[in-house]
Design a protein around this ligand. Structure first.
Ligand code: WQD
Length: 338
């Protein structure tokens, strides 16, 4: 039996990228079991898959879940991801993101699960010396969060040398957007990322968006990033599992569009989607922000046949539709009707 015939265990499957990936896997005909602590994930985001509530370091529960559901492949999202918090509470990141991953991989290996897709991050490269950034760019994490991802990449490399475990680490660029039916999307409650904060400023008016600097050496003076639609990210995970199930070896792949967009371009696209401007103030630069980064994703294309299908317009339109609907739903009925 091929590992592609069994069930996919998705840790963090109730989270933002996880829930979109679960949906993509179900649409691809895969059986899925979601494993999530629900500390940050949302039960309602899990569509059409069973949910096991637990911590990745709970080896007994991971083993029992693998055995009960016939798990043959793992997609591992569950992690803390707030860069600022990681500098204030580093132990939380080492414990959960690094040590928790080791426990998870051990439990999976013991249960005969050898195919692992891991959520990594373009932040492992820090401020890139050259763009587009390729996978062989120097590893230079500039936060505890980024270092935790780089460490797990190295652990996976050594798992590949010393155990039957084979992995694909996907280095995400700036994940954004929502499902096109507005059924799932990003929770803006804790997010510090540009797109959800711009939506919050637009739809709630408060807080206004702070633009971190407009005096950079870029065409409009603001920083440039590679925004990648969450459904394109989800598709990369489905393909990475196919690759591993077909005998693919351990690798690391950039997942981005290869196109850079400035902060002001994101705000322009948001204003176009909403028909009104995002309330914002130009403030000082944010320490540690790379000026320009975008992906060379050609290796993902060559290895997985993957390429991004969507650009900034689809990202912003889908994010706007999702957040607009969330706001509308939270209003009392009278104010919806007035
Ligand atoms: C994007 C741009 C800001 C907020 C983060 C993580 C990184 C990776 C991707 C995954 C920058 C500007 C932002 C605001 C602003 N993720 N900005 N005002 O920092 O590129 O990367 O997500 O692992 O690890 O650090 O994303 O959304 O914070 O910023 O002007 O209030 O928007 O300066 O140019 P970033 P971001």
């Amino acid at each position: 039996m091929s590992s592609l015939d069994g069930t996919v265990l998705v840790t963090g499957g109730a989270g933002y990228i996880g829930s979109h990936t679960v949906r993509a896997l179900r649409e691809a005909g895969r059986d899925v079991v979601v494993y999530d602590s629900l500390e940050l994930g949302r039960r309602e985001a899990v569509i059409d898959a069973p949910l096991v509530i637990g911590n990745i370091a709970d080896s007994d529960l991971v083993t029992a879940t693998c055995n009960e559901h016939g798990v043959t492949q793992l997609v591992h999202f569950a992690a803390y991801k707030a860069v600022g918090e990681s500098m204030k509470s580093p132990a939380k990141y080492w414990r959960n993101n690094v040590a928790g991953s080791v426990e998870l991989y051990e439990a999976c290996l013991a249960a005969g699960v050898h195919d692992v897709v891991f959520s990594s991050s373009c932040s492992v490269n820090g401020t890139p010396a050259a763009v587009p950034v390729s996978e062989d760019a120097p590893i230079h994490p500039e936060s505890v969060y980024a270092e935790s991802k780089a460490m797990v990449e190295r652990i996976l490399h050594w798992c590949g040398q010393t155990t039957p475990l084979r992995s694909v680490a996907l280095r995400y660029f700036n994940a954004a957007g929502a499902s096109f039916d507005a059924r799932i999307g990003e929770d803006w409650t804790y997010s510090q990322n540009l797109v959800p904060l711009a939506m919050k400023a637009l739809l709630l008016g408060n807080p206004r968006l702070t633009v971190f600097g407009n005096d950079y050496d870029t065409p409009d003076g603001t920083c440039i990033r590679d925004y990648i639609h969450v459904d394109d990210l989800a598709d990369a995970h489905v393909r990475a599992l196919d690759y591993l199930g077909s005998g693919g070896d351990t690798t690391v792949l950039n997942i981005g569009t290869g196109v850079g967009s400035s902060v002001l371009e994101v705000l322009e696209a948001t204003a176009r989607a909403a028909g009104e401007d995002v309330p914002h103030d130009i403030m000082d630069r944010r320490p540690g922000d790379p000026v320009i980064t975008y992906a060379d994703a050609s290796l993902a294309n060559a290895t997985l046949g993957w390429r991004a299908r969507y650009g900034l317009i689809e990202i912003i339109d889908s994010a706007y539709a999702w957040h607009r609907q969330q706001v509308d739903r939270s209003l009392p009925r009278e104010s919806q009707e007035s």
